[in-house]
Design a binder for this molecule. Sequence first.
Ligand SMILES: [Zn+2]
Length: 455
Amino acid sequence: MKNLVLTIVFSLFLTSIAFAQTTINRDPEIKQMVDEISKDNIELYVRKLVSFKTRHNLSTQNDSNLGIGAAWNWIKSEMEKSIPASNGRLSVEFMNYKTGGEKQRIKNEIELKNVIATLKGNDPSDTRIFLVSAHLDSRAFDNSDGNITAPGANDDASGIAAILEMVRIMSKKEFSGTIIFTAVSGEEHGLLGAAHIASIAKTENWNLVAMLNNDMIGNSGSSETLLNDNMRVRVFSEGVPAFETKQMARARAFSSAENDGKARQLARYIKEIGERYVDQLTVTLIYRNDRFGRGGDHTPFCKEGFTAVRICEFNENYDRTHQVVREENGIHYGDTPEFVDYEYVRKNAGINLATLANLASAPYAPQNVGIQMAGLSNSTSLSWEEPENGKKPNGYYVLIRETYQPLWERKIFVKDTQITLPYSKDNYFFAVQSVDVDGHESEIIFPSPTRKNKN
Ligand SMILES: [Zn+2]
């Protein structure tokens, strides 16, 4: 990504000074990609996925027009259309896995497939991976019924449609890091397909920086409370990590970092970058890993220690989700395509694309980010090291917020790899990210306590 306008956003104490203006400079290439996302394409994809009647995990795999097999074949062939435009950087494959058996939700062993599209980065020294996922399977009320109509238009054809648009648009562009787009099966029977990828990522030691799970991103009206809102989307992020060693727990307690885990920082990043590029959409951070007592395809990644969040519509409609398609007392039940808000899916796809493009274009994050512990002081000294891999950063952003604030309030650009600020570390939190000349920011690094003197 070259010849781009410097992208700098100053969030000037937005929460404490309500009317401070925000300067937004967009990378024109990312803006152009976000604008290319087509609501009409999204609707075509959703209706095509619904045409397979069901994508239930136990449905037929051998019919060319019906069932989950037809669905994954079609998704793969749709992704493969982007291979020529990628100059060979895009590869698409099935990832097969065996699942089911005694005491499992699927009683007999079966083989299921995930579809994986990998867009290789253009810098061979850049090993970073950014992964975006949605689930291709569907269900109605009875989760053992593989034959009943289960359109799954919103849950989760909406997410798959967003993935297909991203593959189509992003494959034409080059990024430093690698982007993986996955359409997974097995979600409705225990997050099976996602867990399979997460375990491979762990075993193979992937440098997986961020995982975005899109599950239900197209419903804008609630059941019961009858709210309507296609201007807000939720990003769920865990606070205390599901994967936490005793040592990590001690470090968290020491720094009071229960609201500063990696997933929470990723959620803040998505809010900033998503809202930078997508108009008329507010990203609302939800301080939970997922809905009350529930989980999603990002959860197995969190459990393996990766940074993963869920993107989901603000309002759910329980007359649609997992329902048998029917009319009852004048009410329509079932997850059918006429109730998906395609304009809303377009905007939600946009925050995904902008986040992935910005992350995969950015330099590596700074290394060994430390907050000085030696001595008592009302100033705060931070230091870090230039990343060893990838392109050199143009500089760094030091992020600051008061301890009770949900979002970073100030973003200070520095060229150096250290800074002393007249803010007490008792009253403020700090973090650091790298930035290139075009304004692409790396992920956000929360500092660890250090007693080492930089000089
Ligand atoms: Zn779902």
